[in-house]
Design a protein around this ligand. Structure first.
Ligand SMILES: Cc1cc2nc3c(=O)[nH]c(=O)nc-3n(C[C@H](O)[C@H](O)[C@H](O)COP(=O)(O)OP(=O)(O)OC[C@H]3O[C@@H](n4cnc5c(N)ncnc54)[C@H](O)[C@@H]3O)c2cc1C
Length: 445
């Protein structure tokens, strides 16, 4: 969608072919067939996701992003630690709330501060060290790991420390806690995801792009004349001057099979991609059970609670809609939905005792086996450039080379970079990075 919007605005005739009946790819929502609700797996962004923000804003839907400066960490029993910016300049803006946070002891905080100092100037360009090694090297306490490093890293990178490189973990901490208050604020789509992204497609269409849903690309071949022939699932053939494959890496590899050297290279890329699952539990209650819009839950399987009825500004009569997110949920992949639901319902009252009085009206469990890929140490060398060896053939997707982990920002960047390659000006459609603020203007890179 990002590439389509960029190229259509640049005046090219673009056709977007999407297999599914809705847009958004993995960032999708759908009408649940039996419970009569539109559900999605809650996606969030940070203020530093400048390309997603720009894309949504260009499409006129910027108001559908709800922004939060404070992050509440809840311990079982309900004790809250709130991390939020103060008037102090970056990188000290979170310091006051950090010093007050009861979830960490003074010793934990000293270790965390020492660790964060390593990311003050940025993060390593090399991605070979694992975050597990880094935690040991910087002498983090057990509770600092459990109450600070783990919720942030597992929440943002969706895998355990062994399978996250310091490069990408460092990027998350640099942007969320050090660079500026604006870079670290949390943005939550306030509409179901396919609805949230629909204006992007509408905007591209208004610039002349054609968007075709339920249109599967089955095969691709060079027409021998510098162009491409795309065969669709219904047998139709379309001729194109250039093709940009913005599918996941497996489909891209399959469609490119048979072309020159890059097919072999891409096959290796696909083999190196480690998929990571996310499971979400959706609960509808007859009354409010917490005043919080969202919270990080500590010492539990559930990493995050989103109160979607509040984020979406539902009228009180509609009741309460909570989503519980279990990141890196390999264990849940092998569990039945009933068991996952039962476990979540057992943990929830530890954080929100009002749940005991409320009536659970309906529920649903959504498992996404290939939600993201893991930024395992050394993965960067497998990430493909958006321009391929074959003239007029480009790839995009969060798995390509973007310097971002598996995120919507990574996906949008990849689309915009690929669109830039199509017009021969790689950086043309990219948004500017947020400037560092406060002391970070001198301290940061
Ligand atoms: C549960 C979950 C939670 C997540 N949470 C977050 C989050 O909080 N923040 C965040 O930034 N990211 C999050 N992500 C990751 C984010 O959704 C992805 O990184 C992003 O959507 C990847 O976009 P993409 O365009 O690279 O790939 P995709 O979204 O996978 O898009 C590929 C598209 O290609 C289409 N396609 C495939 N084959 C064909 C074919 N043969 N013909 C035509 N079309 C085809 C697919 O239907 C799909 O629409 C989450 C993902 C999941 C699943």
């Amino acid at each position: 969608m990002a590439a389509t919007a960029a190229l259509a605005e640049a005046g090219l005739a673009v056709t977007l072919l999407e297999w599914r009946p809705y847009l958004g790819g993995r960032a999708y929502s759908y009408e649940h067939p039996t419970i009569g609700e539109v559900i999605d797996s809650q996606h969030v962004i940070l203020g530093c996701c400048t390309n997603v923000i720009d894309l949504i804003t260009l499409a006129g839907a910027g108001d559908w992003l709800r922004w939060y400066d404070a992050l509440t960490f809840l311990e079982p029993g309900g004790r809250a630690s709130v991390l939020q910016p103060s008037v102090l300049p970056a990188p000290l803006h979170q310091t006051m709330s950090f010093l007050r946070a009861p979830m960490l002891s003074a010793r934990d905080k000293v270790g965390i501060a020492r660790g964060l100092m390593e990311f003050l100037r940025g993060y390593p360009a090399d991605d070979t060290e694992s975050f597990a090694t880094w935690l040991k090297r910087t002498g983090q306490t057990e509770r600092a790991v459990r109450h600070f490093w783990e919720p942030v890293v597992v929440g943002a990178l969706n895998d355990g420390f062994e399978r996250c490189s310091v490069k990408y973990a460092g990027k998350v901490f640099h942007e969320s806690f050090l660079r500026s208050a604006e870079a670290g604020r949390l943005g939550i789509p306030a509409r179901p995801l396919s609805e949230f992204f629909a204006p992007v497609a509408a905007w591209a269409e208004s610039k002349g792009a054609e968007v075709r849903l339920k249109t599967k690309v089955d095969a691709l071949r060079s027409d021998g004349d510098g162009g491409w022939c795309v065969r669709l699932g219904n047998g139709e053939q379309i001729r194109m001057r250039a093709v940009l494959l913005a599918t996941d890496q497996r489909v891209a590899v399959r469609l490119m099979d048979g072309f020159k050297a890059e097919a072999a290279v891409e096959r290796e890329v696909a083999a190196e991609v480690v998929p990571a699952p996310i499971t979400t539990v959706h609960l509808w209650y007859d009354r409010e059970v917490t005043a919080l819009d969202h919270a990080v839950l500590l010492d539990t399987r559930i990493q995050w609670m989103f109160q979607k009825s509040k984020i979406r500004r539902w009228a009180a009569e509609r009741g309460t809609y909570l989503e519980l997110v279990i990141s890196a949920s390999s264990a849940e992949l092998g569990m039945g939905r009933e068991a996952i639901l039962a476990a979540a319902l057992e943990e929830l009252p530890l954080f929100f005792p009002e749940v005991r009085e409320a009536r659970l009206v309906k529920s649903s469990v959504l498992k996404e086996a290939r939600a993201t890929f893991s930024v395992v140490p050394g993965f960067d060398r497998w990430r493909a450039e958006q321009r391929t060896e074959s003239k007029g053939l480009y790839v995009a997707g969060d798995w390509t080379r973007t310097e971002w982990p598996s995120t919507m920002e990574g996906a949008v960047r990849s689309g915009r970079l690929a669109a830039g390659e199509v017009v021969g000006d790689r950086g043309r459609f990219m948004s500017a990075e947020l400037p560092a603020s406060g002391l970070m203007r001198w301290l940061g890179r």
